[in-house]
Structures are given as structure tokens and as C-alpha cells.
Ligand binder design. Structure first.
Ligand code: HEM
Ligand code: FMN
Length: 493
């Protein structure tokens, strides 16, 4: 057998430019020149490691297999020659600032001290590394939609009924045919490893312990197979799909998922055709940035345009996806399809007409279009303008849901269930126990809210608005669409 030549550190170091960018990841050398502009996390983070070892940062965000799976053979240059590491290489790689973990265990409160969903985010703020903190908790532009998502839940008041026997209650229900202990989903979130080593494995296992369902993201930091293996085979999952601009990839992914019985539905995310501007995230990268070009340690802006923060590119997410593509998706899956990212009654109606099994009223947790309506307002708009949507398909809502009482409110409007994002991602810092603990908190708060409202069975109050007072929010709803002849004529204009 001929000896395969390994690639030395000095050879790798020669390819240290954006336009000629080799990186060492887990003992292998890759040419990321062509891939970097399409990297969903932005080109700059890749360019920071041109001619260097990016293993630590890569492993913090991605599964080991991802890079091997995603790159074409031509870009896999070969094995890195560890024996060639010299002081020059070691010095150059000292600059891996973003991999340095500013974790401060002293600041980490014990799990038992966390008693509500916000506590998980606060704990992560104190204890977690800065970059993941900015990535997870950040939102678009001025955070207007992010803030509105939360505050609208606060403006929806209950009208409790009293003197009812509330000893025995049940929160059990079904979601897309799957039995769950309460109508709560762990919303799909990319790269959960940023919050803790167990990443999506903790989300899946914690959800299973809590009797709820985790929607795993296309951009997960583990493979689907690894995530499924984290829970008993009987426990259901949902899968969130970002359609890839390379449609072949999506077809292959759907075909792979089709063989996995544990995956019970496909949630197609449609609210992020381009990645929005997440300023907190960009600012942190600016502070951590190191020079690509200066061999002498002077820190330059690595962006040729000069401004140079990690403006995420549109990445791999298909921006030409339209309603006409639904039949194409259905060709590759027999699983129920749920459209995630509905923000108006008009689009909810379209999803219904096109035979979707459900929708998620979502604005990506304020991480897509800033100034998009708070999801609770969109939910109320759908309730007002096309109530049939709630009975003819399953409606979910996410964005700012932080209390068990919010779950109850959503169900009373007619939702089948809610999704919760950021607090669960932060719970990953406490591994599976953290995720389970957060499920317990929601369960407990939901039961308490039900009892205090005089409700014993969630399924009996679904869509029953008599328990709610929406008057503080009604003023924020868009004008009612005109119906009758006048409306018809207008729609034709
Ligand atoms: C073929 C290889 C790779 C693929 C397919 C890939 C894919 C992705 C995806 C899907 C995201 C999530 C974007 C989001 O939802 O915000 C991401 C983020 C990220 N990736 Fe990669 N990646 C690859 C290689 C790398 C390498 C080599 C590094 C570093 C050396 C890296 C570092 C990061 C970082 C730091 C983020 C987070 C960026 C942020 O939040 O600003 N990735 N990548
Ligand atoms: C860190 C993070 C990553 C996310 N990644 C995805 C994703 O990969 N796919 C997706 O459909 N939504 C993604 N979302 C949006 C969530 O699914 C969900 O819509 C949102 O987080 C709900 O708002 P909340 O965080 O206020 O609960 C992400 C959200 C966060 C916070």
C-alpha cells in the first residue's frame, strides 16, 4: 500500500486567505474556500481560521460528521500531520479566542434555584460563554417583535370561574395524533451544542422525560440518528425542515426521514428566506475578531468591505420557496406537513386550502422580520377572520411563551399547543436534568393556572374564549378585511 502523504502545518498555513482558505478540523484538512460564502453562520467565522486549526470552535457548534457529510471530496485535502506542529503553528493558533470559554462556574446557580423559565435565560447570561449567549438570546434589529411577543402575553387577561371542583385535572392532549402530557413543544433551534455539550440530545431526552415533543432543527449540532437515539424508540419527534437552495439535498433528507418512524411530522419553516440582522450576535464577533492577514498579530478587519462584522449570509436556506412547492415536498414525505412561520390570517387560510396538517404561528422568536406582529396578535387575527382554521387543522403558536398560564391562554384561543424556544436552549447548560426541570416547571404552572381558572380538562376549553379578556389587545389587531361585494371587488384590484 502506498503511504498517503499527510499535510504539514506549514502547508496549511500557506492557505490563509479568504480566497484560498484551508482549515484543520478534527485532524483533517479541508479547503473551505468555496463553502465559506455559503456558510449559514457567515463567512467570516470560517475566514478567521484560514490557515489554522478551527477544531475547538467547530466542535462547539457542530457534530463531528457534519463537515465530512457536507463537503465534496475535492475539498477534503487529507490528514493533518500532527508531528509537523511547531512553535510557529502553536503561536498562530493561540488566537482561537472564540473557543476560549469564559464560563464562570462560580456564577452558575444550582438547578433547584431556577423556578421559572426566565431564570434559565438569566442563569445562562451570568454563566454562559458570550458568543452562545448572544446567538441564543438575540433577535433582529431593534428587538421590537421580540419584545412584543412577550408583552402581548402579559396583556391578555383571564376571566376565572370559581367554586368548581378542581382537585382532579388533566393537561393531557394530542398533537398531530401523538399523546403528550401537556400541549408544549420544544421549538426547533439550531446548534444547541452552543449551550452545552449534550445539545439536542439533552433537549430530546428531557422532552421525553417530561412527556412532551422536541422539534429537532435541520441546523442541529447532532445528526438526526444521534438525536433519535437519545430517547426510547417509542417516543415521538417532529422534524423542522429548512428547504435547501440545493433542492436535491432536501429531497435526500426527506427520503432519509421517511424511513424513520419516530419522526411523526415535518415542520417546514418559511419565515426566514434570508437571515436577518442580529446585532448582538454581530457585535460579539467584532470583539472576538482576529486578523487573517497580519502575520504580526495586529488586528485588522477581516472583511474586505471594511465594516466587517459577521453579517450572516442567506446561507443554504431556499429563498425561492413558494406555496407552489408544497406538492414537491409532499412527493418525498408521507408525514403530516406543518407550516412554521405563519403571521397573517390570509396565509393561515392558504395553508388550510393547500391541505397542510397544521401551522405554527411564529415569527422565529423575533429573529426574522423586525416589526412583524407579535404572534399572539396573529393568533387572535386568525381567530377573528378565519376561525374555521382551528377546527380543520392544528394551530400552534410560539414566541415569548414563558408561563404555564400562557399555554392555557393559547389553548383557550384555540391552539392545539405552544412552542417554547430560548429557555429550553439555555436549559441545555444543565443537560437533560435542566430540560426536564423546565418541563416540570411548565407542567406545574399550567396545572395551577387551570385550577385557579376553574378548568379541569384542557381539551374542554380549547377555543373557549369566555375565559379570556382580549380588550387590551383588540386595538392592535389589523382592520377587519372587507367582506361581501365590496371586499370581493377590492380583492380583484
Ligand atoms: C461544511 C461545514 C459546515 C456546515 C455545513 C456548517 C453549518 C452551519 C449552520 C447550519 C449554522 C447555523 C446557522 C444559524 O442557525 O444561525 C452554523 C453556524 C456556525 N458555524 Fe458552521 N458549518 C460548517 C463549518 C464550520 C466551521 C469550519 C466553523 C469554524 C471553524 C463553523 C463555525 C460556526 C459558528 C461559530 C456558527 C455560529 C455562528 C453565529 O451564531 O454567528 N462552522 N454553521
Ligand atoms: C437559538 C435559536 C435557534 C433557532 N433556530 C431555529 C431553527 O433552526 N429553525 C426554526 O424553524 N426556528 C428556529 N428558531 C426559532 C424557534 O423555533 C422559535 O420560533 C422561537 O425561538 C420561539 O420564540 P421564543 O424563543 O421566544 O420561545 C430558533 C430560535 C432560537 C432562539
Amino acid at each position: 500500500m502506498p503511504q498517503v502523504q499527510k499535510i504539514t502545518s506549514s502547508e496549511v498555513a500557506k492557505h490563509a486567505l479568504a480566497e484560498d482558505c484551508w482549515i484543520v478540523v478534527n485532524g483533517k484538512v479541508y479547503d473551505l474556500t468555496k463553502f465559506a460564502p455559503n456558510h449559514p453562520g457567515g463567512a467570516e467565522i470560517i475566514h478567521q481560521f484560514a490557515g489554522k486549526d478551527g477544531t475547538k470552535t467547530y466542535n462547539m457548534y457542530h457534530s463531528k460528521e457534519l463537515i465530512e457529510k457536507e463537503l465534496v471530496d475535492e475539498d477534503k485535502k487529507g490528514d493533518f500531520d500532527e508531528s509537523s506542529i511547531d512553535s510557529k503553528w502553536t503561536d498562530a493558533n493561540k488566537e482561537d479566542e472564540s473557543a476560549k470559554s469564559p464560563l464562570d462556574p462560580e456564577q452558575k446557580p444550582p438547578l433547584a434555584a431556577l423556578i421559572n423559565a426566565d431564570d434559565f435565560e438569566r442563569s445562562f447570561e451570568k454563566y454562559g460563554p458570550r458568543k452562545p449567549w448572544a446567538y441564543i438570546t438575540g433577535a433582529s434589529n431593534d428587538l421590537l417583535t421580540y419584545d412584543a411577543n412577550k408583552t402581548c402575553w402579559h396583556k391578555l387577561w383571564f376571566r376565572p370561574r370559581i367554586m368548581r371542583d378542581v382537585k382532579a385535572i388533566t393537561t393531557r392532549t394530542k398533537m398531530l395524533g401523538q399523546e403528550v402530557t401537556m400541549p408544549l413543544l420544544i421549538a426547533p433551534m439550531g446548534i444547541a451544542k452552543t449551550a452545552g455539550d449534550e445539545g439536542e440530545l439533552a433537549l430530546g431526552a428531557g422532552a421525553a422525560r417530561g412527556g412532551i415533543i422536541h422539534v429537532q432543527s435541520t441546523a442541529a449540532s447532532f445528526s438526526v440518528e444521534d438525536i433519535l437515539a437519545a430517547v426510547p424508540k417509542t417516543h415521538p419527534y417532529f422534524f423542522q425542515l429548512y428547504v435547501d437552495r440545493n433542492r436535491k439535498k432536501t429531497e435526500e433528507l426527506l427520503q432519509r426521514l421517511e424511513t424513520m418512524d419516530q419522526i411523526k411530522a415535518i415542520f417546514v419553516t418559511v419565515d426566514l428566506p434570508v437571515v436577518s440582522k442580529r446585532e448582538a450576535d454581530e457585535r460579539v464577533l467584532e470583539e472576538q475578531k482576529v486578523s487573517l492577514y497580519s502575520g504580526d498579530g495586529v488586528t485588522n478587519k477581516p472583511d474586505k468591505k471594511g465594516g466587517g462584522l459577521a453579517r450572516t449570509t442567506g446561507g443554504f436556506i431556499e429563498w425561492q420557496l413558494t406555496w407552489n412547492d408544497l406538492p414537491w415536498i409532499k412527493r418525498f414525505t408521507s408525514k403530516p406537513i406543518v407550516i412554521k412561520g405563519i403571521q397573517t390570517a390570509a396565509d393561515a387560510k392558504l395553508a388550510l386550502e393547500l391541505g397542510c396538517a397544521g401551522i405554527v404561528v411564529s415569527n422565529h422568536g423575533g429573529r426574522a422580520l423586525d416589526n412583524a406582529p407579535a404572534t399572539l396578535l396573529s393568533l387572535l387575527e386568525i381567530r377573528r377572520d378565519c376561525p374555521e382554521v382551528f377546527t380543520r387543522m392544528e394551530v400552534y403558536v410560539d414566541g415569548g411563551v414563558r408561563r404555564g398560564s400562557d399555554i392555557l391562554k393559547a389553548v383557550m384561543i384555540g391552539a392545539q399547543g405552544v412552542g417554547v424556544g430560548r429557555p429550553f436552549q439555555c436549559a441545555v447548560a444543565y443537560n437533560t436534568n435542566g430540560v426536564e426541570h423546565l418541563c416540570d416547571i411548565f407542567q406545574d404552572e399550567l396545572e395551577t393556572a387551570m385550577r385557579l381558572c376553574g378548568v379541569t380538562d384542557l381539551n374542554k376549553v380549547r377555543g373557549d374564549m369566555q375565559y379570556l379578556n382580549t380588550s387590551e389587545l383588540d386595538q392592535f389587531l389589523p382592520p377587519k378585511p372587507q367582506t361581501g361585494l365590496f371586499g370581493f371587488l377590492r380583492s380583484k384590484l
